[in-house]
Design a protein around this ligand. Structure first.
Ligand SMILES: [Zn+2]
Length: 262
């Protein structure tokens, strides 16, 4: 399950199945516990927006201090709703945070090195955490509807198998807070990208089940169903706790998934 952790004003989620391995430090953040104001209130981790850089960096320091992660080692990327996967090493520490970003198109980050913290961003799109507990390979995936339709989570599992020697049966997966079928109303052209099993046509407009689609794709490439944790949390239903693009449009901050092998 996804467990809400509170320390003063700071609130974030951890995943029991990941915590129990002892192999990672990780979290999925909420809106709460940072210093940003206005539409970014308060733990905004969105780079390159109208929020002050000072506040954004302070927010990163707050969550990194809590997790015991060196903030200057964070590895960020530019997420562009494609399926490019970046292999990350210790040489990339600070990418997109301390140093200029060199991952211009990477919606999935993978590493097998310890103390290399990966960061991906969300405000309704689906965060997918992957961990091969035997080979100790970690991945974070940003899966919006395009990435989901194009199978980015399964492609990342295949990448772990091909490039890091992973076995699908050894991979645990977790699907974080994101927009769910209750709120993900789409047009016919988006619905057409998905198998009908994941499209609810009971209402006037179609509604898509991104999480169900991702679970199906993970199982399809060999991940065991019992090794997949679904948070069950909709960021739109819970816009008190999460930034939600569908709720507020672009005037908002973002949450982050942060994870590091230890
Ligand atoms: Zn909802």
């Amino acid at each position: 399950m996804f467990r809400l952790v509170k320390n003063g004003n700071l609130c974030y989620y951890t995943i029991d199945a990941f915590e129990n391995t002892g192999l990672v430090k990780h979290c999925f953040t909420t809106k709460h516990g940072g210093v940003s104001e206005g539409c970014y209130e308060s733990l905004n981790l969105r780079m390159n927006c109208d929020d002050s850089e000072e506040n954004i960096h302070e927010n990163y320091r707050i969550i990194c201090n809590e997790l015991g992660i060196d903030v200057n080692s964070l590895v960020l990327s530019k997420q562009v709703h494609k399926t490019d996967i970046a292999g990350v090493t210790s040489a990339d520490k600070g990418n997109g945070f301390v140093f200029e970003n060199k991952f211009e198109s990477a919606d999935a980050l993978v590493t097998n090195e310890k103390n290399v913290p990966l960061v991906t961003f969300f405000a309704d799109c689906v965060p997918v955490f992957l961990l091969d507990t035997k080979k100790e390979v970690l991945a974070l995936v940003h899966s919006g509807w395009r990435g989901t339709a194009n199978g980015i989570s399964a492609l990342t599992v295949q990448h772990m198998i091909e490039h890091y020697g992973s076995t699908a049966e050894d991979i645990i997966a977790a699907i974080g807070p994101s927009i769910r079928k209750c709120h993900f109303e789409v047009g016919d052209e988006v619905a057409a990208e998905f198998d009908e099993r994941f499209v609810d046509r009971a209402k006037e407009k179609p509604y898509v089940d991104l999480q169900g689609c991702i679970i199906e794709q993970l199982i399809g490439c060999g991940v065991k169903r019992e090794n997949i944790t679904d948070s069950g949390i909709c960021t739109c239903c819970r816009c008190d706790e999460f930034y939600s693009h569908r709720t507020t449009g672009n005037e908002r901050g973002t949450m982050a998934a942060i994870a590091m092998l230890v």
